[in-house]
Write a protein that binds this ligand. Structure first.
Ligand code: DGY
Length: 316
């Protein structure tokens, strides 16, 4: 009898995903174990199903000498040591396409939170100031300009939501797209977008080029009435620069689904600010979407084991 391949699942996935994998492989579920305890199970693994919140670095990859594929149940793979993957010829897949609507919904919710100053309004009610009078007014979404930095599938889905609310959409990508008529967005250089937008949204992947791109200089270019939303990766924004921009009134507020560091430790000054709303990286965190993401990762692994074309490969 030929030995079944071993797949290590390093994150919590729906039982239906584990069942699907078990039809093709021996599955070790490491989700409940700390990274330090993965060693033995990884030794025989040819495939790993991973999420974006645990580093898949040289140390972890070194525990898996037979590894041939890392399948991410996320779009982002900035937590994976790509150098090691390239050097060892390990294949990488992500879960693009399976989470567009959930992330776009959450991102647009953060835009509404930021533009309508809802963190401040909620604090106004909670703190009892409502008894003394109305909270100061926020601003309209309709007629305001939304600046999307990054305009892939998720950016375009956010644009559609914003356009229904009457917002004008501008976007920045390194190369202008050729479908502005279809998307209703208009390309801008990064600096022009910052200067023009009433709400600036980060939706770019974390790469050496985008790390820290929202820095003191970027915030200084924004309008003092503008707000900043980060639904990408915490490290595309310099947290110290954001805090300074808020403290000095360079910008009016922020809404963040991702932070640097992540998680943001208790007592961090951003938590205390009523001009900041923070959610704990829940962009794709719905039952349906997370199941779809994990199932796509599992299908990539199964395709690899069967020597079939991968569904969503990353070219390394
Ligand atoms: C992604 O897919 O990259 C989301 O941020 C979830 O991790």
């Amino acid at each position: 009898m030929t030995e079944r391949p071993r797949v290590a699942v390093t994150t919590t996935v729906a039982p239906v995903v584990l069942e699907r994998l078990r039809e093709h492989a021996d599955v070790v579920d490491l989700a409940e174990l700390p990274r330090e305890a993965w060693g033995g199970a990884l030794a025989g693994a040819v495939a790993m199903l991973c999420s974006s919140n645990v580093p898949i670095d040289g140390e972890v990859l070194g525990l898996a000498p037979h590894l041939r594929i890392v399948a991410m149940q996320s779009v982002g793979y900035d937590n994976v040591d790509l150098g090691v993957l390239r050097a060892r010829g390990i294949v990488l897949t992500n879960s693009r396409g399976s989470l567009v609507d959930a992330v776009a919904d959450l991102t647009f919710a953060l835009v509404v939170l930021a533009v309508r100053r809802l963190a401040f309004a909620m604090d106004w009610a909670r703190s009892g100031r409502w008894m003394e009078g109305d909270a100061p007014f926020a601003h309209d979404l309709a007629g305001a300009t939304l600046g999307l930095v990054g305009f892939g599938a998720i950016g375009r889905a956010v644009a559609r939501r914003a356009q229904v609310a009457g917002m004008n959409v501008v976007y920045h990508t390194r190369t202008p797209r050729d479908d502005d008529d279809a998307s209703g967005g208009n390309h801008r250089g990064f600096d022009a977008l910052l200067a023009e937008s009433d709400c600036v949204v980060a939706l770019v992947p974390l790469t050496p080029r985008t790390r820290g791109m929202f820095d003191d200089a970027a915030f200084a270019r924004m309008k003092p009435t503008a707000t900043f939303v980060n639904a990408a990766r915490g490290a595309v924004c310099d947290t110290g620069a954001l805090l300074r921009a808020l403290e000095q009134g360079t910008i009016a507020g922020a809404a963040l689904d991702v932070t640097d560091p992540e998680p943001l430790p208790p007592g961090h000054p951003l938590y205390a600010r009523t001009d900041v709303a923070i959610t704990p990286h829940v962009g794709s965190a719905t039952v349906e979407t997370r199941t779809r993401m994990a199932m796509l990762a599992a299908q990539n692994i199964i395709a690899f084991l069967r020597d079939e074309p991968l569904l969503t490969p990353i070219v390394l």
